[in-house]
Design a protein around this ligand. Sequence first.
Ligand SMILES: [Zn+2]
Length: 236
Amino acid sequence: MAKPVVILDPGHGGYDPGAVAFGLEEKTLNLKLALAVADDLPGVKVLLTRDRDLFVSLADRVALSRRARPDLFLSLHANAGGGRGFESFISSSLPAGHRAFIKQKALHGEVMRALKPFEIIDRGLKRAAFYVLRHNPHPAVLIESLFIDNEREAGLWRDKNFTGSLAKGVVSGIYSALGIRVEEDQSREIDSGLNGQKNLYTVQVGAFSYIENARQRLSEAREAGFSDAYIYHKQL
Ligand SMILES: [Zn+2]
């Protein structure tokens, strides 16, 4: 089975630092997050629009997406301009219920869950005409993780505990957005080699007491394109 393809797009780079505040440069934060996430996605083919401090035009970022036809294009940014919290975007030109929205919802939910201990404000699921979203022929989501011109949130970006949780949230968000289970043969060798344990990552989208409700959710998941969705029954 071919691996799902994800493009990680760390915003800005090179002579374009993005937002700058409290001694932080957005381009560096975006890149660090992208590299941490890329390193933690067994079973997924990950491509990066940049893997170092380099200027890449918006058109070139979208050109990579056109060539690679990813299952998900995820653009990583940090916010500024007077505000607080986390928000995510898909293109404002998409029709309601587009599969990009389902992926946005999965990602957004997982990131907010991972950030719960840090009491981050949820600014919501949004739509905008950002270039890498609007011109992207494949499902594309852009996240804005916190405001680096807010003193508390800039401090969080310096906190390894926070950046680690953010990366983990993005990783689970990607798996959830892809609706995939990572089986042993797709896992990294180290997973089965060191301690002999096999890994199975399942993504749950609902738990129900009545089979009708479970069937309803299953058909929604299948309609959304998750062809390997199934019902798991456990007697309580
Ligand atoms: Zn940015």
